[in-house]
Ligand binder design. Structure first.
Ligand SMILES: Nc1ncnc2c1ncn2[C@@H]1O[C@H](COP(=O)(O)OP(=O)(O)OP(=O)(O)O)[C@@H](O)[C@H]1O
Ligand SMILES: [Mg+2]
Length: 160
């Protein structure tokens, strides 16, 4: 199941993330891919807001920490960036594997650097720069990710 959305500004991309955040149930893995500056962090910021993470929590690229945790929302959100991760062992060291299946929402930028860590069931989100802005391609693998996509399309939470 796929869904394609186009945005022309960063705030529109954040709004798409907001809709996604509202549709999440907990336990999802969201794989954010696309070139440098594509808008992965902007989308993650929207997801955090859609989960109700307070505005005081700065959502920025966790490039150096590998994983940022945002609490205070409906579900905990773990925001990871694998841009500078060189091997899967580094992810063991930061406890990344414990986050998958913890019941929180795990968002990963640059997961394609360490592709073997991603569970098969996931919501893949690819951001592609186009002349008018960004094309955002959602691909759901698994029943939970498909529910999320339907939630985005219908613009309402999949669980009230
Ligand atoms: N339609 C759009 N959606 C998202 N960002 C946009 C859009 N148009 C322009 N931008 C700009 O593109 C940049 C996106 O930055 P962002 O940090 O979210 O990218 P990123 O994919 O996380 O990059 P990195 O790979 O470095 O982590 C911002 O400067 C933003 O203002
Ligand atoms: Mg980023």
């Amino acid at each position: 199941m796929t869904l394609v959305v186009r945005t022309s500004t960063v705030s529109e991309t954040e709004a798409v993330g907001h809709r996604l955040g509202r549709a999440l149930e907990g336990g999802e893995l969201i794989a954010l891919t696309g070139p440098l500056g594509a808008g992965k962090t902007a989308l993650a910021r929207g997801i955090a807001r859609g989960l109700g993470v307070p505005r005081e929590a700065q959502v920025s690229s966790p490039t150096f920490a590998i994983v940022n945790v945002y609490s205070g929302g409906r579900l905990p959100m773990y925001h990871a960036d694998f841009y500078r991760v060189t091997d899967a062992e580094e992810l063991y060291d930061v406890g990344f594997y414990d986050l998958i299946g913890s019941g929180g929402v795990v968002c990963v930028e640059w997961i394609d650097r360490i592709p073997e860590v991603a569970p098969e069931e996931r919501l893949a989100v690819e951001l592609r720069p186009i002349p008018t802005g960004r094309e955002i391609v959602f691909t759901a693998v698994g029943a939970q990710a498909e529910r999320t996509l339907r939630g985005i399309q219908e613009g309402r939470p999949s669980r009230p």
